[in-house]
Design a protein around this ligand. Sequence first.
Ligand code: ADP
Ligand code: MG
Length: 668
Amino acid sequence: MLDLPLTGVKGIGPKRAELFGQLGVFTVRDLLYRLPRDYLDYSKVTPISQLINAQSAAVQVRICGAARYYRTKGMTILSMSAQDETGKVTLKWFNQPYRSAQIKTGEIVYACGRVIRKNGVSLINPSISQGLPGIVPVYSTVQGVNQRAWRDSIMAALEQAWDRIPEPLPRTLLDRYSLVPLALALRHAHFPFSREALGLARKRLDFENTLLYFIILELQKAERLRQNGFSFDTSGVLERFLPKLGFAPTAAQLRVIGEIAEDMRRNTPMNRLLQGDVGSGKTAVAMYALCVAAANGKQGALLAPTEILAEQHFQNFRDIFGDAVALLKGSMKKAERDSALAKIADGSALFIVGTHALLSSDVRFCDLGCIVTDEQHRFGVRQRAAMLEKGVRPDMLVMSATPIPRTLALILYGDLDISVIDELPPGRMPVKTSVIPEHKRADMYRYIEKQAKEGVQSYIVCPVIEESESIDCPSVDALYAELKKTLPDIRLAKLHGRMKETEKEKVMRAFRAGELDALVTTTVIEVGVHVPNACIMAIEGAERFGLSQLHQLRGRVGRSAKQAYCFLLYGSQGEQENERMLAMTKTTDGFEIAQKDLELRGPGDFIGTRQHGDDSAGLMYGAMDVRLLEQAAAAAKELLDASGEESARLIELATERYGGMFGDIAMN
Ligand code: ADP
Ligand code: MG
C-alpha cells in the first residue's frame, strides 16, 4: 500500500503528482513521511487582549464592520473589523477580495491567523470557520502546491491506506520504549487532535528514523573495520606544503594536521570529523590531507555543498596547485564538463573540487585516495556513502563548522574520530552582537549606508524569499525593493537559492570584488563564503533560525582585523526567543552556543537528515530529546547483534531509507 504511486490516490492527478515529484515525493510512503514543518495551534480560543505579536492564534469574534478595500504595494487588501469582550481586531486578507462574500456583518465566527500588533491588533489572512480547526499542519512546499492541496492529498492518502500500513518495528521495541504504532503515528503527525497525540506521534517517527540511521552507521562502521585501506607515506609533505600556504598555521591547525597524518599512515581508512568554528581555517587542513594523497600519486576530492563554495575552494586550490586542480559542478557547459570528467578519469587532475555533481554516476576517478566533505551537515549519509564508492576504501575527512556538543557527537558520530580546531587565526576580533528593536530599524539601515560610504560591506539576511511566504518579517524581495528606495546611494543586490546559478555567481563575484555594498540574501550565504571586507551582518526574523545557524551566519563577518557587527531583528518576543537571542549577544563560542541550542530546542537541528533546501532549512524542526537518541542507538546495536529475521528486515528498511545512492533531495 505504501508503495502505491501518488496517481493511485484519489484526487491526485498527473499534474499534482508531477509537482510532488519535484519534491522527491513519488509514493504514498513518501507523502506520508513528509511531515509538516510546523503546526498552527488553533485548538483553543485566545482573548483578543492576550494576542501575542507574530504568533498564530484563534479568536472567537463578532464581525462588527463592513468590508473595506484598499491597495498598497501592488496588493489589494480586504479588511474587516471584529471584536470580542476584551477588544477589537482587524481581519486582513491580502489579494483575496472574494473572502468578503463568505462573511456577514454581525456573525459570530472563529478566525485563525497570524497576529500583528502594529497600529492596533490584526489577524493576517485568517481562515474563518464555525468550529475550531484544532491543530493544523503546515508543509514545506513548492510553487503550485498550496497548503490546502497538501492537506487534502495527505488526508486522501491516509484514508486509502488507513488500516493497511504495516508495522516495521518489532513489538518488543514498541513496548519497551512506549512507542505508538506506525499507522497511528502517521495519522497524528499530520492531523493531531491534541498536543500530546502529536508529541507521541513525532516521538515514534523520530525514533524510527533515528534507529534506521543508526543501523546504517553501525553497518558502515563494521564494514570499515573489516577493511584494509591504503597506507600513505607522509614524509616531507608538510615541509613542502607549508611554504605554499602563505600564512603560518595556528597551533590548533598543526595539531589536527598531525592527527590526520597519523590516520593516513595507518592502513585502516581514515574516518575523521573535523570540527572548527567558522573562520578557524579548516580549508588549509583539508588541503594538507589532499596533498598527502597527491604526494602518493592518488587523487583527492573536496565536496562542497554549494556552487559558490565550490568555486571559492577551486580558486584557492588553483592558486596553490595550478593545473592539477579540476572543478565539477551542476551548472557547466557540456564541453567544460567533458573536459573536467576527462581530467578526473585519466588522473591528470589530482585535486578535484566539486558539488553534489561529483556523485553522479558518470564521474569516474582514476584513483581516488582521499575525500574531504566540507560542511558535512549539508550532506546526507547516502551522499557520503555514494562518494566513498568512487574510490577503493578511500580515506575520509568530514568537516563541520556547526559545533556539536560532545555528548551528542559521540552518539551521532560514534563511528568517527573527532578533531577540533579550537583557535582562530591571530588578529581576529569577536563580532559584536546586538538585538535591534523595531523602532531602531531605520537607524540600523542608516548605519549600513554610512559604513558603505567608508567601503564596509554588509549582509542583510531574510528567512524567506517572497512576501507571500510570510507577512510579519521582511522577505528578500520586499526588503530589497524597499531598501532600493530608502537607500538609493548604496549598491545593492539580492541573492537567494531560487536564482539561476550563473546569476548567483555573478552577484557573489561582484560582492567579493567590492562592486556591491550590501546583499539582501537568504541563508545561501550561510556556509563557507569568505569576504573579509564584509563586516556587518543584519539578520531579519532571527527567531526563525536555530542558534547554531545564527552562529554560522554571524561567522560570515569578522574575517579581517576590522571590528564586525551582527544585528538581530525579530518579531515574536516569547520568553524562549528572548533567551535564545540573548545567548547570541553573550558569547561567540560555537560550542557554548551549540550546548544552549541543544538545551532549548533539542537535538533535531544537529541531525544530518534535514530534508529541506537552503531557503527553509532555518525553520523549526521537530525537537527530540537526547534520551531518545541514546535509546535508538542502543536499540540499533542490539538489533544488529541479535541478527535474526527481524534485524534483516530492518536492515533492508534502513538501506532503503538511508543507504541508497541518490535518494536525498539536492540540498543546494
Ligand atoms: P573555515 O574553517 O570557516 O572553513 P577558512 O579555511 O575558510 O575557514 O579560513 C578562513 C580564512 O582564514 C581564509 O582566508 C584563510 O586563508 C585564513 N586563514 C586560515 N588559517 C590561517 C592562519 N593560520 N593564519 C592566517 N590566516 C588564516
Ligand atoms: Mg570553510
